[in-house]
Design a protein around this ligand. Structure first.
Ligand code: 6PG
Length: 620
């Protein structure tokens, strides 16, 4: 674009030749009456231009469905460019050939047979609104140099940006590069602490040789194709907001930010709304699979703006793990922060799966098994209850350091980064009984009271050398029983949140993207993909009802033996308590209601009055 005489036809033709795409001169599309008007020395007005600009827009849309094209057009006003850009804003690039009035007048006067006289040039300069976001080129440069600059800007930009080169960010960069994407990588510079992180990282890995490395935000952002796709892999929390503010001045309308951290889903919604006011798209996405998953294929749970998702879909789906049918373990989850919500629940379920394995290992230890034997037992469970966490726990029990097992040398205080905590909070807020998640979470908290445990152990824990009277098969069945209850609770929480927030989440799809790449992948999860095709409540599925009923006697036996032998198994026990609670037709809550009415006149409803009326009794 640029005023008549700036050289756009010459440059446009050369560029199209270089890029091997079609060339169109906008002037060739003027209707007769416009040409006549200009030839008679009159300037075109906005009405004259409207139909012509719309024709060019249609032309661009058609060409974009093929391999694109170069169109030259004066496009002097922002509103003209708006018409030309209709529906293709994200796919078009503007090159502004800029020169002074004198420079261009001289050129025009030297031309023969052009319908634009130099007098009309002034009217063009009068209405010229210089574009803000464009590749601006000084027309005094040689055409060769101009083409070189444009090509560099158009072609040599990266398709995807990764901001934050921690463990996960680095693995995702390598994954993207291994899949042939041209990426730009950014890590901040902190004197003496974080220096040349991106550059050094690039140098360490062959696959990154075609990637760009930055520690300067502006150059990083400018290295990206528009609309820019930038994935933030920084610490969840306030840091995300700081990073957003740092990036904003460099971004353009329609750029897309993807938060791939374990962010709180409510914050994601707030950020989504905030960035919407700046015309920036925001996608909150759960990413599961740890360092190895991120490198070889994680499970990815994006949510937010569906249109923006389409622009990042090829990247996220390509780098994600694949399910047993070869489909990506990445799908658009739903609106707002629903992707991070389900990742949060994923982590809650993960906490329980981990806790259950820790509990069964403790029982197996009570049965006299050493770590190698525990590993053997767990290994044998793969056949009927396989999962990623079972596999890694098996390896953990085999790992030796010197003559002893490493697991026995690890301090028994479990850490957490907060997602389990949020799951418990979300459950309480939504009124959903996620009792296993809270139990697993609070077990971690109890573990943290190491000094108090040692102190109280002296006063309360009698030495109990007795052995539980159960078999390893009983333990396996109790474990399988508890896992079904865990998955029931996790998906129940998702389903209730989906109803409450009108997210319309698809549980089968969610289970499917959790069959590979993520931490809670398992054969049970594969079964759930099918189960959720017919129900949102897994405890109504005939096959699972039969399994729960079949394993319940073992669960009862194992849990009571654990109680009798002072073996701490809160999650296993809670699974049984919960099933008893959720399957009790007439619960003890009548007594709670009576108590509430007694001391606070909170009223109650009666079984023999179906009108729903509130009753109150003077209990004295
Ligand atoms: C995953 C993990 C991952 C991480 C969490 C849990 O899906 O890849 O869940 O997100 O392990 O940070 O951490 P905490 O146990 O520290 O809460």
């Amino acid at each position: 674009m640029g005023v008549s005489g700036c050289g756009k036809s010459t440059i446009g033709k050369l560029l199209a030749q270089e890029l091997n795409i079609p060339f169109f001169d906008g002037d060739d599309f003027h209707p007769e009456e416009n040409i006549a008007k200009m030839s008679s020395g009159q300037a075109l007005n906005d009405d004259d231009r409207l139909g012509w600009l719309q024709t060019l827009n249609k032309l661009a849309i058609i060409q974009l469905s093929n391999k694109g094209c170069v169109i030259v057009c004066s496009a002097l006003k922002e509103s003209y460019r708006g018409i030309l850009n209709t529906n293709i804003k994200c796919s078009s690039k503007w090159v502004f050939l800029n020169g002074s009035f004198e420079q261009i007048k001289e050129r025009i006067n030297a031309r023969k047979g052009h319908f634009m006289s130099s007098e009309l040039l002034k009217s063009q300069f009068d209405i010229l609104e210089e574009p803000k976001k464009c590749i601006e080129i000084d027309i005094s440069l040689s055409p060769k140099k101009i083409i070189k600059i444009i090509k560099k800007e158009v072609m040599n930009t990266s398709e995807f940006g990764l901001f934050g080169l921690g463990v996960m960010g680095k693995s995702l960069c390598r994954n993207l590069a291994n899949n042939g994407f041209k990426i730009s990588m950014f890590n901040r510079h902190v004197d003496g602490v974080e220096e040349n992180i991106a550059k050094n990282f690039k140098a360490e890995h062959k696959e990154l040789s075609n990637s760009e490395a930055f520690d300067d935000i502006s150059s990083f952002v400018n290295s990206l194709q528009q609309p820019r796709r930038i994935m933030l892999m920084v610490n969840a929390g306030k840091t995300i907001d700081y990073v957003i503010e740092d990036l904003l001045p460099h971004l353009s309308e329609n750029d897309i930010l993807i938060d791939g951290g374990n962010s709180n889903y409510k914050k994601t919604k707030e950020r989504f709304e905030y960035l919407k006011t700046k015309n920036i798209h925001f996608i909150g996405t759960g990413v599961s699979g740890g360092e190895e998953g991120a490198l070889k294929g994680p499970s990815i749970m994006p949510s937010g703006d569906i249109e923006a998702y389409k622009s990042v879909q090829p990247f996220l789906e390509t780098i994600s793990a694949k399910d047993k049918n070869g489909l990506p373990c990445c799908t658009y989850v739903g609106p707002e922060g629903s992707g991070q919500f389900i990742k949060m629940v994923h982590n809650g379920v993960e906490y329980v799966e981990m806790q259950l394995l820790a509990e069964v290992a403790t029982i197996l230890e009570n049965l006299g098994q050493n770590p190698d034997e525990i590993a053997n037992t767990l290994e044998s469970w793969k056949e009927s209850a396989n999962s990623y966490l079972l596999e890694i726990t098996t390896s953990i029990f085999r790992k030796k350091e010197g003559n002893d097992w490493l697991v026995n040398k690890i301090l028994d205080k479990a850490g957490n980064k907060g997602t389990g905590n949020w799951t418990a909070i979300a459950s309480a807020e939504l009124g959903v009984p996620s009792t296993l998640i809270t139990s697993a979470l609070f077990s971690r908290y109890i573990s943290f009271y190491k000094e108090e445990r040692i102190l109280l152990n002296k006063s309360f824990k009698e030495v109990n050398n007795s052995k539980a009277n159960i078999t390893t098969n009983d333990v396996l069945e109790a474990y399988q029983f508890a896992r079904i209850i865990n998955h029931y609770q996790g998906f129940k929480l998702i389903s209730e949140a989906s109803i409450k927030s009108s997210w319309n989440l698809n549980l089968s799809k969610i289970a499917r993207i959790w069959t590979n790449g993520c931490i809670i992948r398992s054969t049970l999860m594969e079964d759930l993909v099918e189960v959720f095709k017919n129900t949102t409540n897994i405890l109504t599925n005939p096959k699972l009802i039969a399994i729960v009923n079949q394993y319940k006697p073992s669960a009862k036996k194992v849990i009571s033996e654990c109680v009798l032998n002072d073996i701490t198994t809160p999650a296993l026990a809670e699974a049984l308590q919960f099933l008893n609670g959720i399957t009790t037709a007439y619960a003890s809550a009548n007594i709670i209601q009576a108590q509430r009415d007694y001391f606070g006149a909170h009223t109650y409803q009666r079984l023999d009055d179906t009108s729903g009326k509130s009753h109150h009794t003077n209990w004295n």
